[in-house]
Design a protein around this ligand. Structure first.
Ligand code: ADP
Ligand code: MG
Length: 286
């Protein structure tokens, strides 16, 4: 498109803006402020942050707490992919787990405010905000008259339209046991979000055991379900992102059932035993 450069500039600005509002690594972010005032004061937040939190709560509830945005204290404890990454003591985990409960997030639409009921609670929207950012980039593309684009935010792919020659975009799903760039399968998509959560991007190993960044809120430890890669295909990336993290933890049987019940959403799972499962709408499409 004629406004491609402008669209990219605007997109980069928007992604930074979202990061500044929602990163837990920035003490001035809106999420950090909510956490700082937990148990004390509700925080008025921007439309962006309110929307993400409200969507996140929907997926916490749909996944029956497998996805839980109050996982912050546990994520902080493990610090996976960060300087202080470590296996925490089981006591520390037990202590912090007491604070995890998305039902303690109070949202007030009229004031656009968010409140965490208990003092030590911390929100982490790291499992869903990237999906929102991808959707916002797509909207910027559309606004600038672009008909054909691929947006890649690392694990979150969003394709707009078809390729320039009119054929569908081909998206590869990383083979979880091979080096980056080697795919297990590809899918052809038009106007879709393809989001993958996996155990092979952010992790550390101790004595051959892998500790990755998707935490099971019922144990406080990295998820040990039979899934090693969960891909969600949906129209909006925020939905794909919110779902991919939750179903990863639920395991393949429950995951297929849940996704099967959601209209317009499909999934691909790769298990520890190297099997590939797809929801019915994906059959013959990969
Ligand atoms: P990525 O961020 O690597 O694309 P995900 O979308 O699966 O992958 O999100 C993982 C992030 O979500 C973690 O880094 C952490 O911040 C957060 N997280 C980890 N476990 C959970 C959970 N059970 N519920 C909600 N968020 C989680
Ligand atoms: Mg996610």
């Amino acid at each position: 498109g004629k406004k491609a450069e402008k669209a990219i500039e605007e997109s980069i600005k928007k992604v930074y803006e979202i990061d500044n509002k929602m990163s837990v690594f920035k003490e001035y972010s809106e999420i950090s402020k909510i956490n700082k005032h937990a148990g004390n004061l509700a925080q008025i937040v921007s439309k962006d942050t309110y929307y993400v939190i409200q969507k996140a709560i929907k997926y916490c509830s749909l996944s029956r707490g497998a996805f839980d945005i109050t996982i912050g204290p546990i994520v902080g404890l493990w610090a996976i992919g960060k300087k202080g990454q470590q296996i925490p003591s089981s006591n520390e985990i037990k202590e912090k787990l007491k604070t995890v409960n998305y039902k303690d997030v109070v949202i007030d639409k009229n004031n656009s405010s968010i409140f965490l009921k208990n003092k030590k609670q911390e929100m982490d929207v790291g499992g869903i905000a990237k999906g929102y950012a991808a959707d916002e980039v797509k909207n910027i593309m559309i606004k600038n008259g672009i008909k054909s684009a691929i947006i890649n935010l690392g694990g979150n792919i969003l394709v707009l339209g078809t390729k320039e020659d009119g054929t569908p975009w081909k998206v590869g799903i990383q083979n979880p046991i091979k080096t980056r760039g080697e795919f297990a399968l590809t899918i052809s998509v038009i106007n879709k979000s393809v989001v993958t959560s996996g155990n092979y991007e952010r992790y550390f190993e101790v004595e051959g055991k892998r500790f990755h960044h998707i935490i099971n809120p019922s144990t406080g430890y990295p998820s040990e379900s039979d899934i090693v890669s969960a891909t969600i295909i949906s129209d909006n990336s925020i939905d794909g992102d919110g779902l991919s993290t939750g179903v990863y933890i639920m395991g393949v049987k429950k995951a297929i059932k849940l996704i099967g019940e959601i209209e317009g959403v499909e999934a691909i799972f790769i298990t520890r035993s190297r099997d590939v499962y797809v929801t019915s709408g994906m059959e013959g499409k990969f």
